[in-house]
Ligand binder design. Sequence first.
Ligand code: 5AD
Ligand code: FES
Length: 386
Amino acid sequence: MRRHFSMPTILSILHRFRDPSRRAPTPSIAEVLTLLRAQGEDCAALFAAADNLRRRTVGDDVHVRGIIEFSNYCTHACGYCGIRRGSNLVRYRMTPAEIVAQARQARGWGCNTVVLQSGADPWFTAGRLCKIVRAVRQAGIPAVTLSVGVRPLEELRQFAAAGCDRYLLRFETSNRALFRRIHPDETFVQRQLCLRNLRTAGIQVGSGFMIGLPGTPLATLARDILYCTRLDLDMIGCGPFLAHPGTPLGGKPLLADREIYFKTMAILRLLNPWAHIPATTAFDALAPDGRNRVLQLGANVFMPNVTPGKYRRLYQLYPNKPCVDEDGAACVGCVRGRIAGLGRRMATGPGHTLRPKTAPVRHSRGRNARAPSGGNAAQTRLDAPG
Ligand code: 5AD
Ligand code: FES
Protein backbone atom coordinates (compact mmCIF):
# COMPACT_ATOMS: atom_id res chain seq x y z
CA MET A 1 0.00 0.00 0.00
CA ARG A 2 1.29 3.45 -0.86
CA ARG A 3 2.08 5.69 2.13
CA HIS A 4 0.72 9.18 2.19
CA PHE A 5 2.91 11.92 3.61
CA SER A 6 0.86 14.78 4.93
CA MET A 7 1.77 18.43 4.30
CA PRO A 8 3.61 20.02 7.23
CA THR A 9 0.95 21.07 9.68
CA ILE A 10 0.74 24.64 10.86
CA LEU A 11 1.54 23.60 14.39
CA SER A 12 4.69 21.76 13.40
CA ILE A 13 5.91 24.83 11.49
CA LEU A 14 5.05 27.19 14.35
CA HIS A 15 6.81 24.91 16.82
CA ARG A 16 10.14 25.67 15.15
CA PHE A 17 9.91 29.36 16.03
CA ARG A 18 9.24 28.85 19.72
CA ASP A 19 12.75 29.50 20.97
CA PRO A 20 14.21 32.86 19.84
CA SER A 21 17.67 32.00 21.18
CA ARG A 22 18.02 29.34 18.50
CA ARG A 23 18.06 30.39 14.90
CA ALA A 24 15.21 28.49 13.26
CA PRO A 25 15.98 27.16 9.78
CA THR A 26 14.49 29.36 7.07
CA PRO A 27 11.17 27.88 5.99
CA SER A 28 10.56 26.87 2.40
CA ILE A 29 8.22 28.77 0.12
CA ALA A 30 5.75 25.89 0.51
CA GLU A 31 5.81 26.31 4.28
CA VAL A 32 5.32 30.07 4.09
CA LEU A 33 2.40 29.42 1.75
CA THR A 34 0.92 26.99 4.25
CA LEU A 35 1.05 29.74 6.88
CA LEU A 36 -0.41 32.33 4.49
CA ARG A 37 -3.32 29.99 3.76
CA ALA A 38 -4.05 29.27 7.44
CA GLN A 39 -7.72 29.60 8.35
CA GLY A 40 -9.78 29.46 11.54
CA GLU A 41 -7.97 27.89 14.47
CA ASP A 42 -4.75 27.59 12.48
CA CYS A 43 -4.80 31.30 11.77
CA ALA A 44 -5.46 32.08 15.43
CA ALA A 45 -2.51 29.84 16.35
CA LEU A 46 -0.26 31.76 13.93
CA PHE A 47 -1.28 35.11 15.43
CA ALA A 48 -0.82 33.83 18.99
CA ALA A 49 2.63 32.40 18.21
CA ALA A 50 3.77 35.73 16.72
CA ASP A 51 2.40 37.73 19.65
CA ASN A 52 4.01 35.37 22.10
CA LEU A 53 7.39 35.55 20.38
CA ARG A 54 7.19 39.36 20.23
CA ARG A 55 6.64 39.49 23.98
CA ARG A 56 9.70 37.30 24.63
CA THR A 57 12.06 39.16 22.28
CA VAL A 58 11.30 42.86 21.88
CA GLY A 59 8.96 42.94 24.91
CA ASP A 60 5.77 44.79 25.78
CA ASP A 61 7.17 48.28 25.23
CA VAL A 62 5.81 50.06 22.18
CA HIS A 63 8.22 52.52 20.57
CA VAL A 64 6.50 55.69 19.44
CA ARG A 65 8.16 57.35 16.47
CA GLY A 66 6.61 60.58 15.21
CA ILE A 67 6.59 60.95 11.45
CA ILE A 68 6.92 64.36 9.80
CA GLU A 69 6.07 64.35 6.09
CA PHE A 70 8.09 67.42 5.26
CA SER A 71 7.75 67.66 1.46
CA ASN A 72 5.35 66.20 -1.10
CA TYR A 73 7.45 67.28 -4.09
CA CYS A 74 8.48 64.18 -6.00
CA THR A 75 10.44 63.73 -9.22
CA HIS A 76 9.43 60.06 -9.47
CA ALA A 77 6.28 58.49 -10.86
CA CYS A 78 5.84 55.22 -8.96
CA GLY A 79 2.73 53.50 -10.30
CA TYR A 80 0.95 53.31 -6.93
CA CYS A 81 1.78 56.56 -5.19
CA GLY A 82 -0.61 59.48 -4.71
CA ILE A 83 2.14 62.13 -4.67
CA ARG A 84 3.85 60.89 -7.84
CA ARG A 85 5.18 63.42 -10.35
CA GLY A 86 2.34 64.88 -12.38
CA SER A 87 -0.41 64.21 -9.78
CA ASN A 88 -2.89 66.97 -9.55
CA LEU A 89 -2.20 68.31 -6.08
CA VAL A 90 -0.85 71.36 -4.32
CA ARG A 91 2.83 70.85 -3.53
CA TYR A 92 4.36 71.94 -0.22
CA ARG A 93 7.80 71.98 1.27
CA MET A 94 8.29 72.70 4.98
CA THR A 95 11.14 75.05 5.76
CA PRO A 96 14.07 73.63 7.74
CA ALA A 97 13.06 75.84 10.69
CA GLU A 98 9.49 74.50 10.51
CA ILE A 99 10.75 70.91 10.47
CA VAL A 100 12.97 71.43 13.50
CA ALA A 101 10.17 73.20 15.42
CA GLN A 102 7.79 70.35 14.62
CA ALA A 103 10.35 67.78 15.75
CA ARG A 104 10.69 69.63 19.04
CA GLN A 105 6.91 69.52 19.47
CA ALA A 106 6.90 65.79 18.74
CA ARG A 107 9.48 65.26 21.46
CA GLY A 108 7.24 67.20 23.84
CA TRP A 109 4.36 64.85 22.95
CA GLY A 110 6.48 61.84 23.91
CA CYS A 111 8.16 60.76 20.67
CA ASN A 112 11.76 59.68 21.26
CA THR A 113 12.38 59.22 17.57
CA VAL A 114 11.44 61.58 14.78
CA VAL A 115 11.07 60.14 11.29
CA LEU A 116 11.59 62.67 8.50
CA GLN A 117 9.94 61.54 5.27
CA SER A 118 9.46 63.17 1.86
CA GLY A 119 9.02 62.43 -1.81
CA ALA A 120 12.13 62.33 -4.02
CA ASP A 121 12.73 66.06 -3.63
CA PRO A 122 16.09 67.34 -4.95
CA TRP A 123 15.66 70.67 -3.11
CA PHE A 124 16.59 68.74 0.02
CA THR A 125 20.24 68.23 -0.83
CA ALA A 126 22.46 66.21 1.50
CA GLY A 127 23.82 69.50 2.87
CA ARG A 128 20.35 70.81 3.75
CA LEU A 129 19.23 67.50 5.22
CA CYS A 130 22.39 67.27 7.34
CA LYS A 131 21.76 70.73 8.78
CA ILE A 132 18.21 69.69 9.66
CA VAL A 133 19.28 66.38 11.23
CA ARG A 134 21.97 68.14 13.26
CA ALA A 135 19.52 70.78 14.49
CA VAL A 136 16.93 68.15 15.41
CA ARG A 137 19.48 66.21 17.43
CA GLN A 138 20.68 69.41 19.09
CA ALA A 139 17.08 70.14 20.07
CA GLY A 140 17.30 67.04 22.28
CA ILE A 141 15.53 64.46 20.14
CA PRO A 142 17.22 61.15 20.99
CA ALA A 143 17.00 59.53 17.55
CA VAL A 144 16.39 60.57 13.95
CA THR A 145 15.25 58.41 11.05
CA LEU A 146 15.39 59.59 7.45
CA SER A 147 13.15 58.31 4.66
CA VAL A 148 14.10 60.27 1.56
CA GLY A 149 14.62 57.63 -1.11
CA VAL A 150 17.75 56.24 -2.74
CA ARG A 151 20.87 58.33 -2.03
CA PRO A 152 24.55 57.58 -2.80
CA LEU A 153 26.90 56.17 -0.17
CA GLU A 154 28.73 59.46 0.18
CA GLU A 155 25.49 61.21 1.22
CA LEU A 156 24.55 58.37 3.59
CA ARG A 157 27.89 58.81 5.34
CA GLN A 158 27.20 62.53 5.69
CA PHE A 159 23.76 61.78 7.17
CA ALA A 160 25.34 59.39 9.68
CA ALA A 161 27.95 61.98 10.65
CA ALA A 162 25.18 64.56 11.16
CA GLY A 163 23.41 62.24 13.63
CA CYS A 164 21.01 60.22 11.50
CA ASP A 165 20.54 56.90 13.30
CA ARG A 166 18.18 55.06 10.99
CA TYR A 167 16.83 55.04 7.47
CA LEU A 168 13.69 53.62 5.87
CA LEU A 169 13.73 52.48 2.26
CA ARG A 170 11.25 49.82 1.21
CA PHE A 171 12.13 47.45 -1.62
CA GLU A 172 8.35 47.34 -2.34
CA THR A 173 8.44 43.96 -4.14
CA SER A 174 11.17 41.38 -4.67
CA ASN A 175 9.76 40.55 -8.11
CA ARG A 176 12.10 42.38 -10.45
CA ALA A 177 9.74 42.44 -13.43
CA LEU A 178 6.96 43.93 -11.30
CA PHE A 179 9.42 46.37 -9.69
CA ARG A 180 10.39 47.58 -13.16
CA ARG A 181 6.76 48.01 -14.24
CA ILE A 182 5.78 50.14 -11.26
CA HIS A 183 9.01 52.14 -10.87
CA PRO A 184 9.78 53.93 -14.14
CA ASP A 185 12.54 55.99 -12.50
CA GLU A 186 14.43 53.37 -10.50
CA THR A 187 15.92 49.90 -10.57
CA PHE A 188 15.71 47.15 -8.00
CA VAL A 189 19.50 46.94 -7.96
CA GLN A 190 19.81 50.63 -6.98
CA ARG A 191 17.55 50.08 -3.98
CA GLN A 192 19.45 46.93 -3.05
CA LEU A 193 22.75 48.78 -3.24
CA CYS A 194 21.40 51.66 -1.15
CA LEU A 195 20.25 49.19 1.54
CA ARG A 196 23.73 47.70 1.60
CA ASN A 197 25.36 51.14 1.67
CA LEU A 198 23.27 52.11 4.68
CA ARG A 199 24.91 49.29 6.61
CA THR A 200 28.32 50.40 5.42
CA ALA A 201 27.55 53.92 6.64
CA GLY A 202 26.63 52.51 10.07
CA ILE A 203 22.94 53.42 9.84
CA GLN A 204 20.20 51.10 11.13
CA VAL A 205 18.21 49.82 8.19
CA GLY A 206 14.46 49.55 7.74
CA SER A 207 12.83 48.11 4.66
CA GLY A 208 9.80 46.17 3.59
CA PHE A 209 7.17 45.83 0.90
CA MET A 210 3.57 46.45 0.00
CA ILE A 211 1.27 43.50 0.62
CA GLY A 212 -1.06 42.59 -2.22
CA LEU A 213 0.30 44.62 -5.13
CA PRO A 214 -1.82 43.85 -8.20
CA GLY A 215 -0.63 40.84 -10.15
CA THR A 216 1.18 39.23 -7.24
CA PRO A 217 0.15 35.64 -6.61
CA LEU A 218 0.54 34.25 -3.11
CA ALA A 219 3.92 32.75 -4.07
CA THR A 220 5.26 36.28 -4.74
CA LEU A 221 4.12 37.32 -1.29
CA ALA A 222 5.90 34.29 0.19
CA ARG A 223 9.06 35.28 -1.71
CA ASP A 224 8.76 38.88 -0.46
CA ILE A 225 8.58 37.60 3.12
CA LEU A 226 11.65 35.41 2.62
CA TYR A 227 13.60 38.15 0.80
CA CYS A 228 12.77 40.61 3.56
CA THR A 229 14.04 38.10 6.12
CA ARG A 230 17.26 37.55 4.17
CA LEU A 231 17.99 41.28 4.40
CA ASP A 232 18.37 40.79 8.17
CA LEU A 233 16.79 44.16 8.88
CA ASP A 234 16.80 46.30 11.99
CA MET A 235 13.25 47.44 11.18
CA ILE A 236 10.58 45.95 8.93
CA GLY A 237 7.84 48.23 7.59
CA CYS A 238 5.09 46.67 5.48
CA GLY A 239 1.51 47.59 4.79
CA PRO A 240 -1.40 46.76 2.51
CA PHE A 241 -1.33 48.12 -1.02
CA LEU A 242 -4.28 50.51 -1.31
CA ALA A 243 -5.21 51.60 -4.82
CA HIS A 244 -5.10 55.37 -5.26
CA PRO A 245 -7.60 56.51 -7.90
CA GLY A 246 -5.21 59.10 -9.37
CA THR A 247 -2.53 56.53 -10.25
CA PRO A 248 -2.02 53.86 -12.94
CA LEU A 249 -2.88 51.21 -10.32
CA GLY A 250 -6.10 52.99 -9.33
CA GLY A 251 -9.16 50.75 -9.05
CA LYS A 252 -7.23 47.56 -8.29
CA PRO A 253 -8.99 45.46 -5.65
CA LEU A 254 -7.91 44.44 -2.17
CA LEU A 255 -7.02 40.79 -1.56
CA ALA A 256 -10.14 38.64 -1.18
CA ASP A 257 -8.82 37.12 2.06
CA ARG A 258 -8.24 40.28 4.12
CA GLU A 259 -6.55 38.22 6.80
CA ILE A 260 -3.58 37.70 4.48
CA TYR A 261 -2.41 41.24 5.28
CA PHE A 262 -2.31 40.32 8.95
CA LYS A 263 -0.90 36.83 8.45
CA THR A 264 2.01 38.40 6.54
CA MET A 265 2.89 40.55 9.55
CA ALA A 266 2.68 37.58 11.93
CA ILE A 267 4.96 35.48 9.70
CA LEU A 268 7.46 38.36 9.47
CA ARG A 269 7.64 38.46 13.26
CA LEU A 270 8.21 34.72 13.48
CA LEU A 271 11.06 34.88 10.98
CA ASN A 272 12.53 38.11 12.40
CA PRO A 273 12.26 37.73 16.16
CA TRP A 274 14.41 40.77 17.03
CA ALA A 275 13.31 43.28 14.39
CA HIS A 276 11.44 46.45 15.23
CA ILE A 277 8.15 46.07 13.38
CA PRO A 278 5.72 49.00 13.15
CA ALA A 279 1.97 48.68 12.87
CA THR A 280 1.90 50.96 9.82
CA THR A 281 -0.73 53.61 9.22
CA ALA A 282 -2.05 51.92 6.07
CA PHE A 283 -3.48 49.13 8.29
CA ASP A 284 -5.89 51.68 9.77
CA ALA A 285 -7.00 52.60 6.24
CA LEU A 286 -7.77 48.90 5.73
CA ALA A 287 -9.74 48.44 8.97
CA PRO A 288 -10.49 50.88 11.81
CA ASP A 289 -8.70 48.68 14.36
CA GLY A 290 -6.02 47.64 11.85
CA ARG A 291 -3.00 48.99 13.68
CA ASN A 292 -4.23 47.61 17.03
CA ARG A 293 -4.54 44.17 15.50
CA VAL A 294 -1.03 44.32 14.07
CA LEU A 295 0.32 45.29 17.50
CA GLN A 296 -1.32 42.11 18.80
CA LEU A 297 0.28 39.80 16.28
CA GLY A 298 3.92 40.79 16.26
CA ALA A 299 4.39 44.57 15.94
CA ASN A 300 6.13 46.68 18.60
CA VAL A 301 6.29 50.15 17.03
CA PHE A 302 3.65 52.83 16.42
CA MET A 303 4.32 55.81 14.19
CA PRO A 304 1.85 58.64 14.85
CA ASN A 305 1.64 61.29 12.20
CA VAL A 306 3.03 64.54 13.60
CA THR A 307 2.97 66.49 10.34
CA PRO A 308 1.41 69.95 10.82
CA GLY A 309 -2.34 69.70 10.13
CA LYS A 310 -2.32 72.07 7.15
CA TYR A 311 -0.09 69.74 5.11
CA ARG A 312 -1.67 66.40 5.91
CA ARG A 313 -4.30 66.30 3.21
CA LEU A 314 -1.54 66.90 0.67
CA TYR A 315 0.45 63.80 1.61
CA GLN A 316 -1.98 61.06 0.73
CA LEU A 317 0.10 58.26 -0.76
CA TYR A 318 -3.06 56.15 -0.65
CA PRO A 319 -6.77 56.93 -0.11
CA ASN A 320 -8.59 56.93 3.25
CA LYS A 321 -5.40 57.84 5.08
CA PRO A 322 -6.46 58.27 8.71
CA CYS A 323 -5.90 61.33 10.88
CA VAL A 324 -5.76 63.90 8.06
CA ASP A 325 -7.96 66.26 10.10
CA GLU A 326 -6.06 65.82 13.35
CA ASP A 327 -2.96 67.52 14.61
CA GLY A 328 0.16 65.95 16.11
CA ALA A 329 -0.94 66.32 19.73
CA ALA A 330 -4.25 64.58 18.98
CA CYS A 331 -2.50 61.76 17.15
CA VAL A 332 -0.01 61.13 19.91
CA GLY A 333 -2.80 61.31 22.50
CA CYS A 334 -4.78 58.76 20.54
CA VAL A 335 -1.74 56.51 20.26
CA ARG A 336 -1.15 56.64 24.02
CA GLY A 337 -4.75 55.56 24.59
CA ARG A 338 -4.50 52.73 22.10
CA ILE A 339 -1.26 51.41 23.60
CA ALA A 340 -2.66 51.56 27.13
CA GLY A 341 -5.87 49.90 25.93
CA LEU A 342 -3.82 46.94 24.75
CA GLY A 343 -2.21 46.61 28.18
CA ARG A 344 1.15 47.71 26.78
CA ARG A 345 3.28 50.73 27.65
CA MET A 346 5.12 53.41 25.73
CA ALA A 347 8.85 52.77 25.58
CA THR A 348 11.05 55.35 27.24
CA GLY A 349 14.40 54.77 25.51
CA PRO A 350 15.52 55.76 22.00
CA GLY A 351 14.47 52.38 20.58
CA HIS A 352 17.64 51.49 18.73
CA THR A 353 18.14 48.16 17.02
CA LEU A 354 17.87 44.93 18.97
CA ARG A 355 19.06 42.80 16.09
CA PRO A 356 21.79 40.38 17.14
CA LYS A 357 25.11 40.99 15.44
CA THR A 358 25.50 38.79 12.43
CA ALA A 359 28.72 37.17 11.38
CA PRO A 360 29.46 37.36 7.62
CA VAL A 361 28.15 33.81 7.24
CA ARG A 362 24.51 33.73 8.32
CA HIS A 363 24.58 30.35 10.02
CA SER A 364 27.31 31.22 12.49
CA ARG A 365 25.19 33.80 14.32
CA GLY A 366 26.01 33.92 18.04
CA ARG A 367 23.25 33.14 20.48
CA ASN A 368 21.61 36.17 21.94
CA ALA A 369 24.49 38.48 21.09
CA ARG A 370 23.08 42.01 21.16
CA ALA A 371 24.05 44.72 18.75
CA PRO A 372 25.47 47.91 20.21
CA SER A 373 22.84 50.61 20.13
CA GLY A 374 23.23 53.28 17.51
CA GLY A 375 24.30 51.49 14.40
CA ASN A 376 25.58 48.20 13.17
CA ALA A 377 27.97 47.72 10.32
CA ALA A 378 27.55 43.95 10.08
CA GLN A 379 27.87 42.39 6.67
CA THR A 380 24.63 41.11 5.26
CA ARG A 381 23.64 39.24 2.16
CA LEU A 382 21.39 41.44 0.15
CA ASP A 383 21.06 39.31 -2.93
CA ALA A 384 17.70 38.97 -4.59
CA PRO A 385 15.76 35.75 -4.55
CA GLY A 386 16.70 33.28 -7.24
N1 5AD B 1 -0.70 51.90 -0.95
C1 5AD B 1 0.04 51.45 0.08
N2 5AD B 1 1.26 51.91 0.39
C2 5AD B 1 1.76 52.87 -0.39
N3 5AD B 1 2.94 53.50 -0.35
C3 5AD B 1 2.98 54.41 -1.35
N4 5AD B 1 1.84 54.37 -2.05
C4 5AD B 1 1.05 53.40 -1.48
C5 5AD B 1 -0.23 52.87 -1.76
N5 5AD B 1 -0.97 53.31 -2.79
C6 5AD B 1 4.02 53.14 0.58
C7 5AD B 1 5.27 52.66 -0.18
C8 5AD B 1 6.33 53.65 0.23
C9 5AD B 1 5.81 54.15 1.56
C10 5AD B 1 6.36 55.46 1.98
O1 5AD B 1 4.42 54.24 1.35
O2 5AD B 1 5.61 51.35 0.25
O3 5AD B 1 7.62 53.08 0.36
FE1 FES C 1 7.63 59.62 -5.25
FE2 FES C 1 7.71 56.99 -5.75
S1 FES C 1 6.27 58.47 -6.43
S2 FES C 1 9.22 58.20 -4.80
